[in-house]
Ligand binder design. Structure first.
Ligand SMILES: [Zn+2]
Length: 377
């Protein structure tokens, strides 16, 4: 009897271990960023640490808005624009080129004029699918708006191109894309990459459901920009809507902020333009402005990250001076990046930063703050 009990317990233990392993495998993308840190070539060595974002920002925060299209009430765009202007926060608008395939944005539409004003304010205009609708979804128990869900690569390319053409003809060539209803998948990444988009923001945080735990998920990152399947496309995961889930938004932001992550938060037109939502948004923006987080557009963040991820730094000591060599293999410059001198080298009093060709970028005495800002071309 005892032997049998032991056998049962052993079997149950084995099942528990296998189940834990299986769940760990399925949720790899959720916990990997916490273990591995930001995926950059150089973070720090014994002498110096290199800032992850410009200036003394510790993380990045991106305001994003979805669904502006030819049927959006004009006054809702105007109200949202006014709040963003008052807050001094710029972000990215993901615009539907041809709503339901029936309402394309056209020149002289007051919404197109507003897009121009938004760009004038410093916002980025990017692409949100083509129609935000797909006939193939009918009868499959999914949202009809989840445009890319069942489309193959070629079909996705066709829609992306048609949508991009509409926006380009209006004067807004998009550099980034977000899938309607976050219907992005591996095929979307390949389609965007083939069409040379700078970035995509095609996936949302995974829901905390049994399915998330028990079914294998796509390999991806949540906290940092990443290259799916090693493509040159940069993907940036979208986080939550702070006007719907304020507590969750602040909790996620704090967690990411501590680890130098990217908090790309989500809003929708026209809902966001309701008075109480705008008040919540303004409150959240003011909260972010009080933190050392870089509030920027998706394109600005992407260019920065494409440079920052590849920068290599070498240091060597020469008497009382530290010689720092920075190599930025990307075509994007890093403006106002911070170098922090570690306290472990107290005998060093001067520094010189040079690029790979030996050109001096900056030199001088190590300041009391033990921190300098410079541009790496
Ligand atoms: Zn949408």
């Amino acid at each position: 009897m005892r032997k049998r009990l032991r056998k049962i317990l052993l079997l149950l233990g084995l099942i528990a271990v296998l189940l834990a392993g299986w769940i760990g495998f399925n949720t790899y993308s959720v916990w990997r960023d916490y273990l591995s840190g930001p995926p950059v070539a150089f973070l720090e060595n014994d002498d110096v640490a290199l800032g992850l974002y410009p200036g003394d920002y510790r993380s990045a925060g991106v305001f994003t808005n979805d669904d502006l299209c030819a049927v959006t009430p004009v006054d809702s765009i105007e109200r949202l624009r006014a709040v963003l202007k008052r807050s001094g926060v710029r972000g990215t608008f993901f615009v539907i080129p041809n709503h339901l395939g029936e309402n394309p944005l056209r020149p002289r539409d007051p919404r197109v004029e507003l897009l121009e004003k938004l760009r004038w304010d410093g916002h980025e205009i990017a692409q949100h699918g083509y129609a935000h609708y797909c006939e193939k979804n009918r009868g499959r128990g999914v949202n009809m708006g989840a445009e890319m869900l069942f489309l193959n690569v070629e079909e996705q390319i066709e829609r992306l191109e048609k949508g991009r053409e509409i926006l380009t003809d209006l004067g807004f060539p998009p550099r980034g894309h977000r899938c309607p209803c976050f219907s992005g998948n591996a095929r979307t990444f390949r389609a965007l990459d083939r069409l040379n988009y700078l970035y995509g923001s095609d996936l949302h945080l995974p829901p905390t459901t049994l399915k998330t735990f028990l079914l294998p998920a796509q390999r991806r990152r949540l906290m940092y920009p990443y290259h799916p399947f090693g493509l040159k496309l940069l993907e940036i995961t979208s986080q939550t809507d702070p006007t719907v889930h304020k507590d969750k938004a602040i909790k996620v932001f704090k967690r990411y902020h501590r680890r130098g992550g990217v908090f790309a938060f989500l809003t929708h037109l026209p809902q966001i333009a309701e008075e109480e939502n705008l008040a919540r948004l303004e409150e959240f923006l003011n909260y972010l402005k009080g933190e050392k987080t870089w509030l920027c557009t998706m394109a600005e963040l992407s260019e920065w990250w494409l440079a920052r991820e590849g920068v290599m730094v070498r240091t060597e000591r020469d008497d009382d001076a530290l010689i720092i060599t920075c190599d930025n293999p990307s075509s994007y410059p890093l403006k106002e990046i911070g170098i922090i001198f570690k306290k472990s080298v107290p005998t060093i009093e001067r520094y010189m930063v040079a690029d790979e060709q030996g050109r001096v970028l900056k030199k001088g005495d190590i300041p009391d703050s033990r921190r300098i800002l410079l541009d790496i071309p």
